[in-house]
Design a protein around this ligand. Structure first.
Ligand SMILES: Nc1ncnc2c1ncn2[C@@H]1O[C@H](COP(=O)(O)OP(=O)(O)OP(=O)(O)O)[C@@H](O)[C@H]1O
Length: 257
């Protein structure tokens, strides 16, 4: 069984629901307004330098990539190779010193922060290793807040529950992050990143602190996103992540190798 199929089967077991049929996957893509293979995120010749006194770090040196609907790509490379810097530029959390990032054809880089934030909130989900949740908000409040910030009209109240159920947290609508286990917090962070059903999910070491079983659960959920025609990019040191991805972008010293 191919790794993707194994992850799909795991998702099925973990949620007690059948794996997606081809028709369901196609309908997911249509809902998102994406066609299979359509370029969703494009980065051209990204450069990022950091200066501290006389020291200059060349964190990214001309990295290009294209991520399409229905793709799961891993970014791997040794510590300091530029993975987090790349993800931050792709998410519009940081601005590259050179090169461009486009999301669904619209330029994200070199725009004022409020415009980048607007595009990010509507089209990109961001998942980090930790720090995805605010201590004083329940999981339902996180999701409602993300939708409001994206200017989305409130959907049915049940849609919050459905989203939480999709990551196995149906009964945690009113839970605060402090009450969650590490695995639950990781899945809750994923639900929040998916609150606006983004075309692209960018995840930076999302499984770094998780045990193997929880890592596989998260990977199964990412694979399900991919199979629904969304794009997924994960920066990670984990061999399980690179094995789950359809393609791996390797970085060394800020360059794609
Ligand atoms: N804000 C910053 N100021 C100065 N240097 C930075 C900054 N952010 C990153 N760097 C440097 O840029 C290089 C790339 O860092 P980055 O965090 O992107 O690597 P990474 O591959 O994600 O590493 P890790 O796997 O350890 O998270 C490193 O040399 C790092 O020290």
């Amino acid at each position: 069984m191919a790794h993707g199929e194994r992850l799909g089967a795991m998702a099925e077991v973990s949620r007690g629901e059948p794996a997606l049929s081809r028709r369901e996957a196609e309908s997911g893509r249509r809902e998102a307004g994406l066609s299979q293979g359509e370029p969703v995120l494009e980065a051209r010749s990204l450069y990022r330098f950091f200066r501290a006194g006389d020291e200059e770090t060349l964190a990214l040196q001309g990295v290009s990539l294209s991520l399409s609907a229905g793709e799961f790509v891993a970014v791997s490379g040794p510590s300091g190779s530029g993975k987090s810097t790349l993800l931050a530029c792709l998410a519009g959390l940081d601005d590259p010193d050179g090169g461009t990032v486009r999301i669904l054809g619209e330029r994200l880089s070199h725009r004022p922060e409020p415009e980048r934030a607007r595009l990010r909130s509507r089209r990109i989900g961001v998942l980090m290793q930790t720090g995805n949740l605010l201590a004083h908000l329940t999981l339902a409040q996180h999701i409602v807040l993300c939708r409001r910030l994206a200017g989305r009209p409130q959907r049915r109240r049940s849609s919050v529950k459905e989203l939480l159920a999709s990551v196995g947290l149906a009964d945690h609508e009113h839970a605060y992050p402090g009450r969650l286990s590490g695995g639950e917090a990781a899945r809750a962070g994923l639900a929040v990143a998916l609150a606006n059903d983004p075309a692209v999910l960018l995840a930076d070491e999302p499984t770094g602190e998780l045990d193997t079983a929880t890592e596989l659960q998260i990977l199964a959920l990412l694979e399900e996103r991919r199979s629904r025609g969304r794009a997924v990019l994960v920066a990670s040191h984990s061999p399980a992540v690179t094995a789950a991805a359809g393609r791996v972008l390797k970085l060394r010293d800020g360059k794609a190798i």
